[in-house]
Write a protein that binds this ligand. Structure first.
Ligand code: 5GP
Ligand code: ZN
Length: 115
């Protein structure tokens, strides 16, 4: 997608602090962190949400995202201390970038329920 900010990051057109990348996904630090650790696991292919992934590709795309954030978790030592995954989907959930991404938050107490 030409005007998608995450596609631009994936194409290298705008900079990002990358923690991990492979052929399926990238993991970058969020530009506006909400916790000491706040990064975004993003599939290279543009899908607005999980529900937009064609079912035959679901395992490959989502598996790639899961694998990517696990690599970043290991690098940041978050596995031992715990973390939270968040996927905002659509306006009601506050999604601001319409390219599927999983927030990974950690490094502080995380209250529940979220707002
Ligand atoms: P959403 O609101 O869609 O759930 O999450 C989008 C996230 O992307 C926000 O937390 C926001 O701070 C982050 N973000 C938006 N633009 C950029 C950018 O250019 N670079 C990085 N690293 N993060 C961004
Ligand atoms: Zn995109």
């Amino acid at each position: 997608m030409d005007d998608c900010i995450f596609c631009k990051i994936i194409r290298g057109e705008i900079p990002a602090d990358k923690l991990y990348e492979d052929e399926h996904a990238i993991v970058i630090r969020d530009i506006n962190p909400q916790a000491p650790f706040h990064f975004l696991a993003i599939p290279r292919k543009h899908y607005p949400g999980v529900h937009d992934i064609p079912p035959p590709l679901m395992g490959e795309v989502f598996g790639g995202v899961m694998n990517a954030y696990c690599k970043a978790l290991e690098a940041c030592g978050l596995v031992q201390n715990g973390y939270r995954l968040v996927a905002n989907s659509g306006e009601i959930a506050g999604q601001t970038v319409p390219h599927l991404h999983i927030h990974v938050l950690g490094g502080r107490e995380l209250s529940w329920p979220p707002g």
